[in-house]
Design a protein around this ligand. Structure first.
Ligand code: UDP
Ligand code: GLC
Ligand code: MN
Length: 295
């Protein structure tokens, strides 16, 4: 009998989110997960970043982008860039895995979360902005072509109330709030850290249990400046002053993992070489690229 395979899955449709995925992958390795790591990428991710991702993920899978193009709802969400998050739906196509956990590329894992694989589809934590909805930055699911096709058909028929995957998935798995408490993940498995309201005494009481930090909002850890020699973090001025002071520590942590992970990579220079890429990434695209250079 073949061994049961389970995986953590993330998504990057461009280099910016590929940086996030790279750090997320390394953070999962740091907590010694025993599961496989998969990153879905689209064509826009450049070779340089694909190379980096290959160093930490077991599978780097190229998928087609899905974009809702739903400007009206995305404007309401305040994130015109998030129509592309529908690309997440491809995660249901990873049927070589019996169970999987999707994590946004802007999450950072700080404690082992392999116990999530005991949860049923669809398990997720509440969204802080509307706790009767789940946040779709961390969810446990069961890959299945049938589910994939049904969700895509549902999306084509009904769209998404926020223009992104979260509105769609909450309508599709619409009994999450009321049916099975087992599908409710603790907030510590998706600690969304940039909301305007914060329950400070709870943070004080439970912060030691936090396993996944999710940097929701337009400003991501990679938008700040960090001096890798001094370890000094220079926060982006748009970062709302006084909103979540404790969050700075997690941004710092993100940068420390980023720096350590980049240092572990072989020379940056060789990463640009198509010959090295060919060695690591033997697919037709690179063969074509190499032939262009050679001839
Ligand atoms: N994403 C992406 N490219 C984009 C926007 C989003 O690959 O241009 C993916 C990425 O995995 C990201 C997720 O979709 O973490 C959800 O977007 P984001 O985390 O920015 O949304 P938020 O959690 O801030 O609402
Ligand atoms: C949310 C989630 C994110 C999702 C986005 C669009 O805020 O954090 O994962 O992609 O909404 O639906
Ligand atoms: Mn996110």
């Amino acid at each position: 009998m073949s061994e049961k395979r389970e995986a953590f899955v993330t998504l990057a449709t461009n280099d910016s989110y590929a940086v996030g995925a790279f750090v997320l992958g390394n953070s999962l390795r740091n907590v010694k997960t025993t599961r496989e790591l998969v990153v879905l990428i689209t064509d826009e991710v450049t070779h340089h970043y694909r190379y980096r991702l290959r160093h930490v993920f077991d599978i780097v899978k190229l998928v087609d982008p899905f974009d809702s193009g739903d400007e009206k709802h995305l404007r309401l969400l305040g994130r015109p860039d998030l129509g592309i998050t529908l690309t997440k739906l491809h995660c249901w196509r990873l049927t070589e895995f019996s169970k999987a956990v999707f994590l946004d590329a802007d999450t950072l894992v700080i404690g082992n979360i392999d116990d999530l694989f005991t949860r049923p589809e669809l398990s997720a934590a509440p969204d802080v902005g509307w706790p009767d909805c789940f946040n779709s930055g961390v969810f446990v699911y069961k890959p299945s072509m049938q589910t994939y096709q049904t969700i895509v058909a549902f999306a084509l028929q009904f769209g998404s109330f926020d223009g992104g995957d979260q509105g769609l998935l909450n309508e599709f798995f619409n009994t999450w709030a009321t049916s099975d408490i087992n599908t409710h993940l603790p907030f510590t498995y998706n600690m969304t850290a940039t909301s305007a309201y914060w329950y400070a005494p709870a943070l004080n009481r439970f912060s030691k249990d936090i396993k996944v930090v999710h940097f929701i909002g337009a400003l991501k850890p990679w938008h700040h400046l960090y001096n890798k020699d001094t370890g000094h973090l220079d926060l982006n001025e748009k970062f709302q002053e006084g909103q979540q002071p404790f969050l700075t520590n997690y941004v710092q942590r993100w940068w420390e993992i980023y720096t350590a992970s980049v240092n572990k990579l072989p020379s940056e220079v060789s990463m640009q070489s198509p010959v090295v890429l060919l060695k690591y990434d033997f697919n037709l695209l690179y063969v074509r690229y190499l032939l262009l250079i050679v001839f």
